[in-house]
Design a protein. Structure first.
Length: 441
């Protein structure tokens, strides 16, 4: 690998990778060769014609011509002499080529360039991903998930994998993908919601799942996909949603600490972003209060349904940044009218729920709540939402045989990465994006 060259002494080496650039000068040729670990400069004197009394000149001429004809993106293997030289800007070393073999030639026409549109880059995602900046995103994602997984495992959480083929909706009846399923209809899971709650009644205590979620959402915003990776966790024996927020912020801190330690410098170099590990506790503001705060700052949320809108999220984030110097804020105690039937309502005010949204840099990344575990109350809350309890009898059964108090959250992985790296769309940080008009590649 290219990165291993730095540790080697001067001498013969073999290295392979993609041709990034060729500088074909009259007397000398340079190649920048890249693999997923980094880039190195290769150099060779150019031989432009046969020299009669030099028996090696035919081979030299062939090498020069091969290099002149190399297309960007070709995959080559090179043998040569490694030389450490501080004057070489790229990593302070160079390989003088003695032999070069083209293992897989690239088409000379490169279909995308750095200024291609996002849509065009999505068409050629595998080429787009060769860009070191794109590559880094997936290293960051790996580190972020690994750190959270380490937290879960160290704290005795059990990992579950809930089915993605469902007999019913898992959130609302809207945004449901239907699938032909033998002689019936199945639905793609919008969330692991019901089955992560089932784990609480099954006595698992604390669980997590990282998996796909599907939403037939026709919107073209920078934060919506029709398939996304959902990070979910659910815990038993809680007193309120405060316990869930505590878990949530500890996971975020674990993830951000690991990302900063491992990739902080590379993120600064490639994204010009300084990763901040957020201080705990994150600010918590009841939604009604948050709306009042932004109203006093001159922005009134236009929605009549008590929810926050994207501009409201940006406004409250700006307030939190100014007041607490924090990038995260929990907006809490949403109205029952805009929350699902399974959110627990306040004992003293059933118009409000024990729930929250987590806002990061002005965008919602997560929803969490304490769940209603008393089956009679659950049934009443379903009816209140115009639902017929019979429809979800399998779910209600989870609460008919002794169910612990519990709560949890679901978090969109791509949204976290987008906001962490100040990217403009989740399409930039999703391996292969799925949207209303994007099903391929
Ligand atoms: P909610 O529907 O708010 O809650 O989703 C949780 C989080 O998932 C992400 N998300 C999306 N990401 C990309 N594209 C989408 N179309 C999309 N929809 C949602 C967001 C969002 O905050 N069951 C509850 C969670 C819970 O209470 O545990 C749920 O799914 O980051």
């Amino acid at each position: 690998m290219v990165k291993n060259l730095a540790a080697l002494a001067d001498g013969p080496v073999t290295v392979s990778g993609w041709v990034e650039t060729v500088r074909d000068q009259k007397k000398v040729q340079f190649i920048v060769l890249r693999d997923e670990s980094g880039a190195v400069q290769l150099v060779t004197p150019a031989t432009r014609e046969l020299v009669e009394d030099d028996p090696t000149s035919a081979a030299k001429l062939a090498l020069t011509e091969t290099i002149s004809g190399l297309a960007h993106g070709s995959f080559v293997s090179v043998t040569g002499e490694l030389k450490h030289d501080e004057r070489v800007k790229l990593g302070g070393l160079e390989v003088k080529i003695s032999a070069l073999e083209v293992l897989s030639a690239a088409n000379p026409e490169t279909p995308i360039a750095s200024d291609s549109s996002l849509d065009k880059r999505q068409d050629w995602r595998f080429l787009d991903l060769r860009n070191p900046k794109q590559n880094l995103i997936f290293k960051i994602q790996t580190t972020f998930l690994h750190a959270m997984r380490e937290y879960w495992v160290d704290n005795d959480f059990i990992e579950i994998h809930t089915p993605k083929l469902m007999a019913s909706a898992s959130e609302s009846r809207a945004e449901l993908f239907e699938v032909e399923y033998f002689d019936t209809t199945a639905y793609l899971a919008q969330s692991p919601q019901f089955f992560k709650q089932m784990a609480q009644s099954a006595g698992f205590g604390k669980i997590f799942e990282v998996g796909p979620a599907f939403r037939a959402d026709p919107s073209f915003t920078s934060r919506h996909a029709t398939e996304f990776t959902s990070v979910d966790s659910e815990i038993s024996w809680i007193d309120s949603h405060e316990d869930v927020m505590k878990l949530h912020e500890e996971l975020i801190v674990a993830g951000f600490s690991a990302v900063k330690a491992k990739h902080g410098e590379a993120i600064k170099d490639l994204f010009d972003v300084e990763i901040t590990v957020p201080a705990t506790p994150f600010p918590r503001i009841p939604l009604a209060e948050a709306k009042q705060i932004i109203k006093e700052r001159g922005y009134e949320v236009p929605r009549a349904d008590d929810d926050m809108d994207p501009e409201g999220e940006r406004q409250i984030a700006a307030y939190v940044r100014e007041t607490y110097g924090h990038e995260f804020v929990f907006l809490t105690d949403y109205a029952a009218s805009i929350r699902p039937f399974y959110h627990m309502r306040h004992a003293d005010n059933p118009a409000l729920t024990n729930s929250y949204d987590l806002i990061f840099n002005g965008v919602e990344i997560s929803t969490g709540a304490q769940r209603e575990h008393r089956v009679d109350v659950l049934e009443a809350q379903m009816r209140d939402k115009g639902m017929e309890p019979k429809e979800l009898d399998f779910y209600l059964d989870f609460f008919r045989y002794g169910a612990p108090s519990h709560g949890g959250f679901g978090m969109g992985l791509a949204r976290v990465l987008m906001l962490m790296l100040h990217e403009s769309s989740i399409r930039e940080v999703t391996y292969l994006f799925r949207g209303p008009t994007r099903l391929a590649p």
